[in-house]
Design a protein around this ligand. Structure first.
Ligand code: T1G
Ligand code: NAD
Length: 697
């Protein structure tokens, strides 16, 4: 099937891109486009040209999967220059998503007619660690103004067609048939000189003073890392100060620098890793998903309320059940306040906030969940309580309903075993705050049905989450690795690194938040409850002493204004000498001689514990792929996407060196550093986790 089709309506040639699933501008599509355009431009019978896409996509941009190989002609920038140079008017009929090179293609056309329902227009290249490389940094500022273009390019956010029209990106909005509207538009331009964006001048008086300085000052902790944001600002500044030809040359240079950085490769790896996580071996499109239209939540605490909001935002009616009226009122209040705060911040409209809150039914009776298609339990982390709740839900929930637990660590097989329907039971492990964190760890118990797994994966996508499968073990994938990483952090505290030093080193390395600040955010009582459930002994008990003492001092973290840090009224953390003194006295009591631990060692020990535990998890089949582990850490644990993830970092270090470093730590610190057999094997084979994953595809 041709991926570029050409037809004509009288003297208007219509060129349609048809390269499923997203009209990625791979080599074949570019070659097809070039051939079709040259034909139309050379055909005397053609007076105007319309370019359009198929289905929901105009084009999602360059083919990211081609980035690892040498690009082949025709190159996109040159193709776009040829289109812009056409003497015949060229109109882009933007029928759907137009991103990256896809939007640059539309910007190379002389006019853009878009469907009013188009929601995804943008230049999100920065999320891949690169910048627009086909003229976007030069043409977009000329189309919508320098400041607006800079904001779109450095954030990578999408705008909808209405916004695009208000900014001058879109010339006309079409209700209904976009192609017909575009043909009419094109016909109205026949015989008139085409308007080439590339030739338009930038009104420098419209460029706010200090715009670029301010932008550079604001990119220190950009989620795309240190290279691409700077490259993007440099390129847009070139648009504001240089003629287009020089600006395009500056763009190409900045593009190449960004594309060559390891951070770009890590971000592109993360893009595909996230999509691969949705593929569950043996569970293809043939597995029929269950109908899920209504949701029940048990427990309206920290997690129950966040999960409720996530489903309300996803358009679902939700019934939330609590055990006491006080707890219920508190939960409902938190849900209402969060929705109205989102409206105040302009994330949703007041009407949407009201509509979503109207879909909430608070209750004190578990029986009210009898009609729900999916019930998610989020009560205290206590096995006996969870079993009690599941026994009741087993009797109450309708046949075919999915019953899920949000447990952070407990054995989902044991929970399922108290029901007569273990095939309906699954772990749906959200992350705090559940209405914001994108990760959903989908815990597959021994008897969880394939249809329940497929349904859970689909629901994750519907509520804007990234679903990743995990098997049953203590802490599943994410929290099991966190316990290992957290254990090393506690060991380093006793050895002399203070909370500010540990969090400081990891945040400077790129972590969104250091591990001790994260535990203060999640609530130190959650970890305390889990440790008490586990009845730790030996070194593990020793390493938990500081955290236990802090909880026993009534310091549960942000929610009590103090934990490892003190928090001011704006929840800003402050170093607390009392805690530093506590750490020193604990070390003294354990006769541990404290020393300064350099930031590099803090980072290395943290990453190596994560990778080593990750490898053990892969060995045991608790995670399907190393890339799944990375997707989890990027979307649930604040691991910087431009660093790829703990398993990506292990490959980047090289598994031979990794093995040597782990063995060195094992020699110094003992069995907690016992190396994973998988790392030893792969190191011996000079292999990588990525190669291991590729074998599983
Ligand atoms: N290249 C290759 N494959 C792509 C792709 C792309 N640009 N976009 C999507 N896919 C695949 C994806 O891997 C998945 O495959 C399937 O399409 C459906 O995607 C010169 C150099 C468009 C919003 O950054 O953000 O242009 O898993 O599951 O949720 O300046 O995909 O089914 O095998 O994500 O509906 C800039 C990236 C490129 C957009 C759709 N473009 N894509 O989301 O479906 S750089 C982007 C997305 C560039 C120029 C530069 C999203 C989407 P599979 P999906 P979705
Ligand atoms: P929480 O203490 O904030 O909330 C628990 C709620 O459950 C309370 O409001 C309590 O009143 C309610 N409850 C207790 N028994 C009940 C019953 N029989 N019926 C109805 N409601 C009942 O705790 P949380 O932090 O929301 O944790 C809930 C679950 O989520 C735990 O299993 C926890 O491990 C897990 N989890 C917590 C986090 C986190 O960061 N806090 C993250 C992921 C998972």
């Amino acid at each position: 099937m041709a991926i570029v089709e050409t037809q004509s309506q009288g003297d208007v040639a219509i060129i349609r891109m048809d390269n499923p699933p997203v009209n990625a501008l791979g080599h074949a599509l570019r070659a097809g486009l070039e051939k079709a355009f040259l034909q139309a431009i050379g055909d005397a019978g053609v007076k105007a040209i319309v370019l359009t896409g198929t289905g929901k996509f105009f084009s999602a941009g360059a083919d990211i999967s081609e980035f690892r190989s040498e690009a082949k002609e025709p190159y996109l920038p040159q193709l776009i220059d040829k289109i812009e140079a056409s003497v015949k008017p060229v109109v882009a009929a933007v029928n759907g998503t137009a991103l990256g090179g896809g939007l640059e293609l539309a910007l190379g056309c002389h006019y853009r007619v878009a469907g009013r329902d188009v929601r995804q227009l943008g230049l999100p290249e920065i999320k891949l660690g690169i910048i627009p490389g086909a003229g976007g940094t030069q043409r977009l500022p000329r189309a919508i103004g320098v400041e607006a273009a800079l904001q779109l390019i450095t954030s990578g956010v999408f705008i909808d067609a209405a916004k695009g029209a208000s900014q001058g990106l879109i010339d006309s909005l079409a209700d209904g048939d976009v192609l017909a509207a575009a043909v009419l538009f094109a016909r109205s331009r026949i015989g008139k000189p085409p308007r080439r964006i590339g030739e338009s001048k930038i009104d420098k008086s419209q460029v706010p003073a200090q715009l670029f300085e301010k932008a550079r000052a604001g990119i220190a902790r950009h989620p795309s890392g240190p290279v691409a944001p700077k490259a993007a600002i440099d390129a847009v500044e070139a648009a504001a100060t240089l003629p287009i030809a020089e600006g395009l040359a500056r763009e190409r240079q900045a593009f190449r620098e960004a594309a060559a950085s390891p951070y770009a490769r890590a971000l592109q790896y993360a893009f595909f890793a996230e999509r691969r996580a949705a593929n569950l071996p043996g569970i293809g499109p043939a597995v029929k998903q269950r109908e899920v239209e209504s949701i029940g939540i048990v427990g309206a605490g920290t997690m129950g309320t966040g999960i409720t909001i996530a489903f309300l935002n996803g358009g679902y009616p939700v019934t939330v059940v609590e055990s006491t009226p006080e707890a219920l009122d508190k939960g409902v209040e938190r849900i209402r306040d969060t929705l109205s705060a989102n409206a105040k911040r302009g994330r949703i409209t007041e009407a949407q906030a009201a509509d979503r809150f109207a879909k909430l039914t608070p209750s004190l009776k578990l029986e009210d969940l009898g009609k729900a298609d999916l019930v998610i339990e989020a009560v205290f982390e206590n096995m006996a309580l969870k079993k009690e709740v599941f026994e009741k839900l087993d009797a109450i929930a309708k046949p075919g309903a999915i019953i899920a637990t949000n447990t952070s660590t407990l054995d989902v097989n044991q929970i399922a075993a108290v029901t007569k329907r273990p095939q309906d039971v699954v772990g749906l492990h959200f992350f705090s705050p559940a209405n914001i964190m994108r990760l959903l760890e989908i815990v597959r118990a021994a008897k969880t049905g394939d249809d329940v797994m497929a349904t859970s994966m689909a629901i994750a996508k519907r509520i804007g989450k990234v679903g990743v499968q995990a098997g049953v073990c203590d802490g599943f994938v994410g929290n099991r690795m966190l316990a290992s990483y957290g254990g090393e952090v506690q060991a380093m505290l006793l050895e002399g690194a203070m909370p500010r030093e540990i969090d400081g080193a990891l945040e400077a390395w790129g972590m969104a938040m250091g591990p001790l600040a994260v535990s203060d955010l999640a609530g130190l009582d959650v970890g305390y409850r889990i440790r008490k459930e586990r009845k730790l002994t030996g070194e593990a008990a020793q390493h938990a002493r500081i955290a236990d003492k802090i909880v026993e001092m009534g310091r549960l973290g942000q929610k009590t204004g103090a934990g490892f840090y003190r928090y001011d009224a704006n929840r800003r953390r402050q170093v607390d000498p009392e805690i530093e003194a506590l750490i020193r006295s604990e070390a003294e009591a354990l006769q541990i001689k404290q020393r300064h631990i350099p930031p590099e060692e803090i980072v290395e020990r943290s990453l190596l514990r994560l990778a080593n535990e990750g490898a053990k998890i892969l060995e045991e089949g608790i995670a399907l792929r190393a890339s799944d582990i990375d997707t989890m850490y990027l979307n649930g644990y604040g691991f910087p996407a431009w660093r790829g993830g703990p398993m990506w970092q292990a490959d980047a270090m090289g598994l031979k060196k990794l093995a040597d470093r782990i063995k060195a730590y094992e020699a110094k610190y003992g069995p907690r550093w016992k190396i994973a057999a998988l790392i030893e094997r792969l190191a011996a084979e000079d292999a990588t986790f990525a190669a291991l994953d590729a074998k599983k595809r």
